[in-house]
Design a protein around this ligand. Structure first.
Ligand code: AMP
Length: 619
């Protein structure tokens, strides 16, 4: 199968082009490459440092600024400064609702299953666009430092990322003008950086312990014949070195008998304390005592006290390790190697506890902030075919997926997935009483199916008539080693099933693949814009419909004025829909949502209290 590199400037195949490895992190991102000495190296764009804070700031004109310069706006312009985008990537509002207060910017709460959007200024951004800004900055830094165009990359994601989070990462890469050769699991990349998995005869079980600033995860991997498999993952996406800093701040507040309530109002002093706490924590990684002052506040901390403060948090991470082992049905003794990732593993107590838990010395020689990016660069080198000792597995040259609402392509097997492979996703009907579902299979990288290659189409017939949204249709793609794709659709409630075989490579030349890839990157911007418009439209239409039904059904709970105002909002939304202006639609939808939210609560309260009354009468 094809392995293709493209030069976007000339639109032709290129041999010796650099492929970078990118660690797109929650707090920091970095980019690495294989240097002329054949060693992985993190790219340092002169004077800008190795780590690029994953922070994006938008000014009044809507221009984006990324990295350290953007980070400064976290204090002066928090509403338009976006951090931790990775937590939102490929997630719906429902997924992140419980953590809304950890973000200082506005996350649009449509209260539905669609993917989250973020508001900055008058514009609405998807996490894909925001991540693309970070990737663009990394690409620019790499190009500046290496003095060559950089168009191809391997990007890492946490092992627990689901399909839609992986697809979102790919899309972000494409939008940044990168041909994303592969999405690699972070623990796999970290293992590769330590040379684990590079010997095809090696068979090992590895635990990767990753404790960063704000997240913790542990993964158990097995490598066999050069193939990594994730056996289990566990962790806490809201646990990390920041918690250590917070514990220290609390300790100092108590020691100095400071008024916590007054302090809470003084964000400047709190920020200084937090920074000092981080400084103390880092210092205690190499010394036994930290002793400084902020004004007349004594910021003293010895190593023993620090370790006692963080012990409960560290114990929590070890519990996750225990759970990960249970889930992978392995004992500690069966783990052959332990790899440390993330800045917080520099704390000697963390290292010692991990060593004790696994009963072996973990790999910690490589800088834990860089290890993932370095491993990604090694993976990129393997994909480039530069390591003759490593077997390159067959991969699918183009993504395979189906058509969903509004003619959008929904990728089921992404390009460059190893063959054989299988993947599936669940869909439902969009019309009440729908008994047939048309399944159209496409191949390609564009967001709209009309730009991709149609491979087949069939009808799943005999779905029992149910209200829209109730049927559960599983669509499974199985691609075997001979490149034959079996597409199977099955309605789970009734068991009705339909299946076809397709040969996606039939009639597909390397030139066609190359052209399709180039097109996908040159059209990435307009494709994403179209996709967002289609998504905004379907959300807006749905919301207008629901609001109208709500007034019909629950009008008696509202005043005449409230009804009239709701109708005005609905009308405004409909006008925006007619104009097909994405930001306008989202703005009007947001306004309608905000306006009607209290009504829904009111109806709910009445329903609850009448249910309670009903209950007491029953008694
Ligand atoms: P990461 O998210 O992997 O970049 O990790 C960042 C976290 O590592 C932050 O909480 C830092 O305070 C912490 N960190 C960085 N250097 C050290 C150090 N020398 N000792 C302990 N923690 C550190």
């Amino acid at each position: 199968m094809a392995k293709i590199s493209i030069n976007l400037a000339t639109g032709s195949l290129q041999q010796e082009e650099i492929i970078v490895g990118i660690d797109l992190g929650t707090t920091n991102s970095l980019v690495a490459f294989i240097n002329p000495d054949k060693n992985p190296q993190v790219i340092n764009d002169t004077g800008k440092g190795l780590l690029v804070p994953s922070v994006v700031h938008f000014n009044a004109k809507g221009d984006a600024l990324v990295g350290n310069e953007a980070k400064e706006f976290l204090i002066t312009d928090p509403a338009n400064t976006i951090f931790s985008v990775k937590r939102l990537l490929g997630r719906s509002y429902k997924d992140v609702a419980s953590h809304q207060d950890t973000f200082s910017y506005k996350i649009i709460d449509d209260e539905n299953d669609s993917l989250v959007k973020i508001k900055a200024g008058d514009k609405f951004y998807t996490p894909i666009e925001l991540s693309a800004e970070i990737l663009k900055e990394l690409k620019a830094r790499a190009e500046h430092a290496l003095k060559t165009p950089v168009n191809r990359a391997v990007i890492t994601v946490p092992a627990y990322f689901n399909d839609s989070q992986r697809q979102a990462t790919r899309d972000a890469g494409r939008l940044a003008g990168l041909d994303v050769l592969r999405i690699v699991n972070e623990p796999t990349a970290a293992s590769l950086a330590y040379g684990l998995g590079l010997d095809p005869n090696q068979q090992k079980t590895i635990a990767v312990y990753d404790l960063g600033g704000g997240t913790f995860d542990v993964s158990v991997l097995s490598i066999q014949n050069g193939i990594f498999e994730v056996l289990s993952t566990n962790g806490n996406t809201f646990l990390g070195g920041d918690d250590f800093d917070r514990s220290i701040v609390h300790y100092w507040i108590e020691k100095n008998k400071l008024d916590a309530a007054a302090l809470a109002q003084d964000s400047g002093l709190m920020q200084s304390l937090r920074l000092k706490a981080e400084e103390a924590k880092k210092a205690l990684s190499s010394q036994n005592l930290f002793n400084e002052q902020i004004g007349d506040i004594w910021c003293t901390l010895d190593k023993q006290t620090f370790e006692a403060l963080i012990a409960p948090k560290v114990a929590e991470t070890l519990n996750s390790c225990k759970q990960a082992l249970t889930d992978s049905k392995l004992t500690v003794a069966e783990i052959d190697e332990v790899v440390l990732v993330g800045g917080s593993t520099r704390t000697p107590y963390v290292k010692a506890q991990v060593a004790e838990f696994f009963g072996r010395t973990p790999h910690d020689q490589i800088n834990p902030d860089e290890v993932v990016a370095l491993g990604a660069a090694i993976q990129a080198d393997i994909l480039a075919g530069n390591r003759s000792d490593i077997l390159l597995l067959d991969v699918t040259p183009l993504s395979l997926g189906i058509e969903t609402m509004g003619g959008l392509m929904d990728v089921i097997i992404p390009r460059n997935a190893k063959v054989p492979t299988k993947a599936g996703r669940q869909y439902t009907t969009s019309i009440d009483g729908q008994v047939n579902m048309k399944i159209s299979v496409f191949q390609g990288e564009r967001d709209l199916v009309q730009e991709n290659r149609k491979l087949a189409e069939f009808d799943l017939k005999g779905i029992p008539a149910m209200p829209a949204g109730l049927p559960k249709v599983d669509i499974n793609f199985m691609l075997n080693a001979d490149g034959i794709l079996t597409v199977q659709a099955i309605e789970l409630r009734s068991g009705v099933k339909q299946e076809i075989d397709i040969t996606p490579s039939y009639g597909l030349s390397d030139d066609t693949v190359e052209k399709m890839l180039i097109d996908s990157i040159t059209h990435a911007k307009s494709d994403v814009a179209q996709r967002m418009l289609i998504e905004a439209r379907s959300e807006g239409e749905q919301l207008a419909y629901t609001a109208e039904r709500f007034i019909e059904k629950h009008g008696s709970f509202l005043t005449a004025e409230e009804i009239a105002d709701t109708k005005t909002h609905i009308e405004a939304l409909k006008q925006a829909l007619a104009k097909a202006e994405k930001d306008e639609i989202l703005k009007k939808a947001d306004e309608l949502n905000e306006f009607t939210r209290p009504f829904a609560e009111r109806v709910m309260d009445v329903a609850v209290s009448s249910a309670m009354k009903g209950k007491s009468i029953d008694k």
